[in-house]
Ligand binder design. Structure first.
Ligand code: NOJ
Ligand code: CA
Length: 569
């Protein structure tokens, strides 16, 4: 599958693509035509769980501000905050009741402005989460909308008649369980909600909705925000005829029939919205990151836009769901995304999926595997997004009892679906009580591993996961090959070791990742790259037996070892 390009062609194509992406008016590009977000390292923060400045057990903006120096020295250039707007917190902020304010539990707009200006002085940009598909049922738009059939905001949401008594308009299901329609007795109609009933879907076919939501983005751009992560983009539009979705065999975690979301996700109309939203972003030199769940590359490609005029950064969530440490599987996925014609965006974890430490860990080599994964997603062509805590090897702390579950899907789907609490626990800052996150009982408990896996302890240990992240990120910020170079797969039939070059002009970096629990010997023939007889000078390695130079034809990699070297004749 993987296409190995001839060097000169690749260079030309890479430069050409870079320029076609750099379309933002007024957004400065570097000499290579790259925009800031192409060289930036992003870091996702779940504000409830990052740092608690007022010791009420819930993280807040002042807490985040106090950690900017940490983030800067880690090598982070932009932070994406999951929603911190006023919200009843049914879906922990993904139910927004006011898009132009900060929830008091997280602070104030003044705290936000201070965080943004402190970020600016350190060159750390702020990305907000844009919950476009739905609002909270407590948003003033929805309160008006449900007040009567003739209310001013009635058509801002998706209201329909049912199919007779107690029968919803069609068979669509909420992705969080149960029907996607809720009956409103007062007005005698049903409203549509792809997520919880407390998250009614906005009607994006109404131009007034589009305008109001676009204005929200402008308002935040003017406040210094550098872009948005677009929540649930594929759910923006529904079939106007409300055709029933095809029912598939079997049932899901909530006991509902399996269903193909054919008529309520990924409708082509959403791309018109993305193009328009991109125009607004371009006027502000901002970046749009997509929560893009796709099943194949063709789907992912669509989000970049036919003329690179939709999302600059659609996340490759297929990469995050390669659920085993497997050289062939990662090789295949990287080749597909790298060849898709856009700028790849790699993540290994987020607030909706179990942490990489538990998904990839084998129980014996977990720390080595955490470094291996860092050696992978931080050295590929594209932009990485680190989920907070990945850099210290945080693990999931799933609830043990149903009564401890906070995430509503965990309550509904228990025990098959335990919810997402496990991957949202407080950041582990040190080995004191509550991992130094708060002096009060945190909203979610920290796992016992905080005693060893925390920032303070790992900063002191040159062999910690954190020290490894820092080394790789420091290299990434200075190496042209890692920043701008093409991706060239090596030894493509090796079942254990994933190896590649990153090559920019005459600068070449080799990355070799042993994805197996046994030591592996590898040999590289770089004559096709004009690098026969070249020498490898070690840049970063996770291996204990490290030497300054290595012989390319005879390199031994420790179990799950990472070896990164510069290659020169
Ligand atoms: C995706 C978000 O990442 C998730 O946490 C949320 O529950 C849904 N979208 C609904 O907004
Ligand atoms: Ca707090």
């Amino acid at each position: 599958m993987f296409r190995r390009f001839v060097l000169s062609t690749v260079l030309a194509v890479t430069l050409c693509l870079s320029f076609s992406f750099a379309s933002a008016q007024g957004a400065p590009r570097d000499a290579e035509g790259h925009e800031w977000w192409q060289h930036a390292v992003f870091y996702e923060i779940y504000p409830r769980s990052y740092a608690d400045s007022n010791n009420d057990g819930i993280g807040d903006l002042k807490g985040i501000t106090s950690k900017l120096d940490y983030l800067k020295q880690l090598g982070v250039d932009a932070i994406w905050l999951t929603p911190c707007f006023p919200s009843p917190q049914v879906d922990f902020g993904y139910d927004v009741s006011d898009y132009q304010d900060i929830d008091p539990m997280y602070g104030t707009l003044t705290d936000f402005d201070r965080m943004a200006s402190e970020g600016k002085s350190r060159d750390v940009r702020i990305i907000m989460d844009f919950v476009m598909n739905h609002t909270s049922d407590q948003h003033k738009w929805f309160l008006d909308s449900k007040s009567s059939r003739t209310a001013k905001y009635r058509d801002w949401y998706v209201w329909r008649d049912g199919k007779g008594s107690n029968r919803p308009p069609n068979n669509w299901l909420s992705t969080f369980g149960g029907p996607a329609w809720k009956f409103d007795a007062k007005t005698g109609q049903w409203y549509y909600h792809f997520f919880y009933p407390e998250q009614p879907d906005l009607n994006w076919r109404n131009p007034a909705v589009e305008k109001a939501m676009f204005d929200v983005t402008t308002w935040w751009y003017n406040r210094g925000v550098a872009g948005f992560r677009l929540d649930a983009v594929d759910t923006l539009f529904e079939d106007p005829e409300l055709r029933d979705n095809p029912v598939l065999p079997g049932t899901n975690r909530y006991g509902d029939p399996n269903m193909e979301n054919k008529y309520n996700t990924k409708l082509p109309e959403l791309h018109d919205v993305l193009r328009k939203l991109r125009k607004v972003a371009d006027e502000h030199g901002a970046v749009l990151i997509g929560e893009t769940w796709t099943s194949d590359i063709t789907e992912l490609k669509k989000y970049y836009g036919e003329h690179s005029n939709e999302l600059q950064m659609p996340m490759d969530l297929m990469f995050a769901t390669v659920n085993k440490v497997s050289a062939p599987e990662f090789r295949r996925q990287i080749a597909a995304v790298d060849g898709a014609g856009g700028w790849p965006v790699y993540v290994i974890s987020n607030h909706d999926i179990p942490r990489s430490y538990v998904r990839y860990g084998d129980g014996q080599h977990n720390d080595a595997i955490a470094k291996l994964m860092a050696g992978l997603y931080l050295t590929l062509r594209g932009t990485p997004i680190i989920y907070y805590g990945e850099e210290i090897g945080m693990e999931n702390n799933d609830p043990k009892r149903k009564e401890d579950v906070k995430d509503p899907i965990g309550k509904l789907g228990w025990p098959q679906e335990k919810g997402r609490d496990g991957e949202r626990t407080p950041m582990q800052w040190d080995d004191t009580a509550n991992a130094g996150f708060s002096r009060s009982k945190p909203w979610l408990p920290v796992p016992p591993s905080y005693k060893t896996h925390n920032v303070a302890t790992e900063l002191k240990d040159p062999n910690s996961i954190l020290s490894f992240y820092k080394q790789v990120l420091a290299l990434r910020h200075t190496s042209h090959a890692l920043l701008d170079g093409q991706y060239i797969a090596l030894n493509e039939n090796d079942p254990n070791v994933l190896s590649y070059l990153r090559k920019y002009k005459d600068e070449t970096v080799l990355v070799a990742l042993n994805m197996s629990p046994a030591a592996q010997k590898v040999s590289f023939d770089l004559s096709a790259q004009g690098l026969s007889d070249a020498k490898a000078k070690t840049l970063v390695t996770s291996m204990s037996q490290s030497q300054q130079e290595a012989t390319l034809t005879n390199l031994t990699l420790e179990p799950f070892g990472v070896y990164i070297a510069s290659i020169a004749k």
